[in-house]
Design a protein around this ligand. Structure first.
Ligand code: NCD
Length: 319
């Protein structure tokens, strides 16, 4: 099983991942449980192929590997690899895949993970590929940890259905936005509000993928704040600028300010995939509604759950 796009998951997979993650967190609370987790994949190896800037997702996966006893190796810089000798990326990854049981990839190139997964599927040794971020395109593992964070936050409040989720920032190039929006369509009666300056509004391809999903686009951030059950803030993705054009787009109006704590709902869930710039006032960090630190830790546990799925040991964890 590959993890390539948020659109590959259905509701039963999402429920299963949330349950599995809960179970893994329980195991991790005791020394015995921690040892058990470490034994599950101690015969497995993973390659972290991260050729686009990343420290948090890299470390999140690396820690997830450690929790399961997986030995990991990494490629972070292709300038020291045979790709500079003219080797195709397909050949390079086929070579790397021979040493390991799964390849976790973050690349600036949309579609590359799918290409490599298809290629390996036609070889005698088709190992799973995990997309850890593919350019502005998709970030399915982030979307799964976002879903898990929402699931946990609403667990005692009637669940994730019937919610209004407000997404803010660079919605055009934010891959976390794209992947999470696709996953949300698995839950009944969800409304997504996309709030951004028009230059950063979602693209047509996402609009099309969301046909059948209730969503709204607005430039009026302040007016939608009070109705949101969750607010998902994101930064400007200016690494994809062609000419520094983001600098001319006024984004300050879309920042979550300290004063906004008085207008948002008392149970609102505030999220951010991080890294943060100025989108969320630091004074909000200590408010119980701020869930972005918990989101980071959830990410590590959800990645443990995903690794047990792709390495086919997850049945050892559920009752
Ligand atoms: C996000 C990403 O890389 O897409 N970060 C992450 O994975 N934690 C969001 C971002 O970089 O803005």
């Amino acid at each position: 099983m590959h993890i390539l796009s948020a659109s590959q998951f259905d509701r039963s997979f999402l429920d299963n991942i949330c349950q599995l993650t809960d179970s893994i967190r329980k195991y991790s609370k005791s020394k015995f449980g921690t040892k058990y987790l470490q034994s599950l994949c101690s015969d497995k190896r993973a390659m972290l192929y991260f050729t686009q800037a990343s420290t948090r997702t890299f470390l999140s996966f690396k820690s997830a590997c450690q929790i399961l006893g997986i030995q990991s190796s990494d490629v972070r810089d292709t300038s020291t690899s045979s790709e500079v000798k003219g080797e195709t990326i397909e050949d390079s990854l086929r070579v790397f895949s021979s040493y390991v049981d799964t390849v976790i990839m973050r690349t600036p190139t949309p579609g590359l993970c799918d290409r490599i997964a298809n290629l390996l599927d036609q070889t005698p040794r088709p190992i799973p590929i995990i997309n850890a971020g593919s350019g502005p395109d998709e970030h399915p593992t982030q979307a799964l940890l976002d879903i898990y964070t929402l699931y946990r936050s609403f667990e005692n409040e009637g669940g994730l259905a019937n919610r209004i989720i407000l997404m803010v920032g660079d919605l055009k190039r934010g891959r976390t936005i794209r992947s999470l929006s696709l996953l949300l369509s698995n839950y009944p009666n969800i409304k997504i509000i996309f709030s951004a300056p028009k230059e950063f509004q979602i693209d047509d391809d996402l609009r099309q993928k969301l046909s059948g999903q209730d969503f709204e686009e607005t430039e009026d951030f302040e007016s939608v704040l009070p109705v949101a059950d969750a607010i998902y803030m994101t930064r400007v993705q200016d690494e994809y600028d062609s000419n520094g054009e983001s600098k001319n787009i006024p984004i300050e109006k879309y920042y979550l300010k300290y004063e906004h704590l008085n207008v948002i709902s008392p149970n609102c869930v505030i999220m951010h995939p991080l890294p943060r710039r100025h989108e969320i006032d630091h004074r909000i960090d200590n408010d119980p509604r701020a869930k972005y630190w918990r989101q980071v830790r959830n990410g590590m546990w959800v990645r443990v759950a995903l690794l047990t799925k792709v390495l086919e040991v997850s049945e050892n964890l559920l009752p």
